[in-house]
Structure formats: structure tokens, C-alpha cells
Write a new protein. Structure first.
Length: 359
């Protein structure tokens, strides 16, 4: 095995496939399960994989061009928006948002996850983590800026953001972090920037941003780290299945392993799923159960507690928890990046049916 801090091209491709298998294992999608995907994804690969596993797959999508592109996959179609999913409660065994939420307006994240939890017994979120290296941060900033110019979104959030989001709707939550242990080959940097350039050209990104990316690709000392991949799953207490992870592929014996075999010494095991190889496994300790809350005091006939009229004194100023889009569980998080919302962010999102036309 290559002990250098950089993957060869073959090693990187093999490691990429292995991490994808681990992500799939963490979802625990089985034959016969009713699965709801939020959109088809970029290439429909994960929808196809669920179909091949024998799952009863439904995709919620509203864009006609995307529906036409993937109609040959054979998944059921649910036309609509993920913020108000047109389905009854517990219609699905699992609802999956696979690389979906970072491309949606962060203001609607809580509403979307709440709807997923309503229609499915189990919810899974798969997201790339924010880049940790300087170059990755710069590339993410340029790409996010290009998306924002078109009224689209590309914002990566830390793991705790997604975990708290899921904890607000499901009692039992597990998490897995899968990351590369070494630096990828230089081809990965060139391919990543080429893909971004193609995408940003189609989206008419500013020329200055395109030139900056080209300059980064030309530098011989630059390298980029692939972001970690988060898999966060939530369900009712006792309903969260335990993943069984795919064993690592067989590797060619290194000289150290060959010498150990010849001298009858213990043969070192190849690295598997562990922190040492770049993976956090098993999941982080679950959050402790919430302490019982005291019963609210009985209402009294004071102006400050009545539902009508004006209070005698001005209401107390709002705390950060009351002004955050997600409420109290998200206190302490930095503001969601993006253009400011007119009048400030309201404390929540509510949907009202359209008024019916009077005869």
C-alpha cells in the first residue's frame, strides 16, 4: 500500500468507490422499502442504486426538464415541492435528501426536513462538509458567488448544523463522517476546476471569477482536499437500524506484509473504517435525553397574558433564539450566508392555502 501522503490516481479512484459504498451502507436501504428521494440528483445514480436494491422508489420533483431526463429510470414520480410534500404521514419508510439541501434556500431547511419527517418513518441527510483548506474555501466562495448571481444556492454547513436540524424532528439521530485520509492526485484539482469552469460558463459567471480559477489551476504548488461527506439519519427511538459496512477491497501486499508472511510474523491488517484512515466510526455518542420540562403555570387574567388588547408594558426584546429561522435548537450558529432578507428573517415559515375564487 502506498504510504506516501498523496494518493496515486488508481488509489484515489478505488478510495472514492469505497467511500461511496460506505455512504450507501449508512443509508440502510433494503429491498421492499418505500423510499422517497428529494430530487433525482445530478446524475440519478443514487436513485438507480436504490431501484437495483429492490426498493420501491419515489422521487419528488417539479422541474419538467429534469423529469424528462430521468423518466427512463423507472422510479415513481411525485410532482411537488419538498417544502409541502403532497403525501400522507408515514407514506414512506425512509426519505433521503442526497446532496440536496445545500442547493436550496437555507431559510427553508427546517420546513423541508420537517416535511420529510412527517411523510417518512426515517430521514437521512447526505451532505458534503465545508472545505477545510484555503484553496477549497476560495473555490467554494467563487462557486457560491456565481450561483447567488443567478438566484441559486450553494452553501455548505457544518455537521452540527444538520444534526440539530434533524434532532428537532426525530428523537434518535446517528451520524457518520467519511473523509479521505490523504491528499488526492493533482488530476483531481484539474478535473474539479474544469468542471466548475464549465458550470460557471453556462451560468454566465463574472469573467474575473473564471480567470481566478484558471490561475489557480495553472499553479504547480496548489492542491485541494475533497470535502468530508456527512450521513445523518433520524428515526423514532428504537427504529434506527445499525448499518453493516462493506469490507475494504483486497489490496496488493506491501513489502512489509510479504516479509512478515515469510518470517511467520503477524501480518498487519489493511486499514478499514476507523478514525486513523479518515473515517469517524462508529457514530458520535447520541445526545442525552431531554430533561422533563415543568408544566406551564395556569393562565391568569392579566393584560400581559391575555390574547387580546395591548400589554401594559412593552414586550421584552427578542432573544437570538426567537429571531433565528430554526428557533431555539440553533442558538449559537453563525448567520446563514447569503443576501440579507428584507425586513430581517421571520421566526418561522408558514404555508397558507390559496384563496378560492368566489363564484
Amino acid at each position: 500500500m502506498n504510504r506516501e501522503p498523496r494518493y496515486s490516481a488508481d488509489e484515489f479512484e478505488r478510495e472514492s468507490r469505497y467511500i461511496e459504498n460506505l455512504i450507501w451502507d449508512a443509508l440502510v436501504v433494503e429491498s421492499g422499502q418505500r423510499v422517497l428521494f428529494c430530487s433525482y440528483g445530478e446524475d440519478g445514480k443514487w436513485v438507480r442504486r436504490a431501484l437495483e436494491a429492490g426498493a420501491d422508489v419515489t422521487v419528488i420533483e417539479h422541474r419538467d426538464e429534469v423529469i424528462r431526463k430521468f423518466e427512463s429510470l423507472g422510479a415513481k414520480l411525485l410532482r411537488g415541492s419538498t417544502s409541502v410534500i403532497p403525501a400522507k404521514a408515514d407514506s414512506f419508510d425512509i426519505a433521503i435528501a442526497f446532496h440536496y439541501l445545500h442547493e436550496t434556500d437555507p431559510f427553508f431547511h427546517a420546513q423541508i426536513v420537517s416535511e420529510m419527517a412527517r411523510v417518512a418513518k426515517r430521514v437521512a441527510i447526505v451532505e458534503p462538509g465545508p472545505p477545510a483548506d484555503t484553496l477549497g474555501k476560495k473555490i467554494a466562495r467563487l462557486y457560491s458567488q456565481a450561483k447567488r448571481e443567478l438566484g441559486q444556492f450553494e452553501y455548505y454547513q457544518p455537521l452540527e448544523y444538520w444534526r440539530k436540524l434533524l434532532q428537532s424532528v426525530k428523537a434518535d439521530v446517528s451520524q457518520h463522517v467519511f473523509a479521505f485520509a490523504k491528499i488526492p492526485p493533482r488530476e483531481y484539482l484539474r478535473d474539479t476546476i474544469a468542471l466548475l469552469l464549465d458550470t460557471m460558463k453556462v451560468e454566465d459567471a463574472p469573467q474575473a471569477d473564471l480567470d481566478e480559477l484558471r490561475a489557480i489551476a495553472r499553479r504547480s504548488d496548489t492542491m485541494i482536499l475533497p470535502p468530508p461527506r456527512y450521513v445523518i439519519a433520524g428515526a423514532a427511538i428504537g427504529d434506527l437500524p445499525q448499518p453493516i459496512f462493506t469490507p475494504r477491497e483486497e489490496v496488493t501486499p506491501t513489502p512489509a506484509i510479504a516479509r512478515a508472511a515469510q518470517s511467520h510474523e503477524p501480518v498487519p491488517e489493511p486499514p478499514s473504517v476507523s478514525r486513523a484512515t479518515g473515517y469517524e466510526f462508529p457514530p458520535v455518542e447520541p445526545a442525552p435525553p431531554l430533561a422533563p420540562q415543568p408544566a406551564p403555570p395556569p393562565p391568569s387574567l392579566q393584560w400581559s397574558t391575555m390574547n387580546f388588547g395591548a400589554p401594559e408594558t412593552a414586550p421584552p426584546p427578542q432573544t437570538p433564539a426567537e429571531t433565528m429561522p430554526f428557533g431555539a435548537p440553533f442558538v449559537g450558529f453563525p448567520p446563514v450566508p447569503g443576501p440579507p432578507m428584507p425586513g430581517g428573517a421571520p421566526p418561522g415559515w408558514q404555508w397558507e392555502p390559496p384563496e378560492e375564487d368566489k363564484p
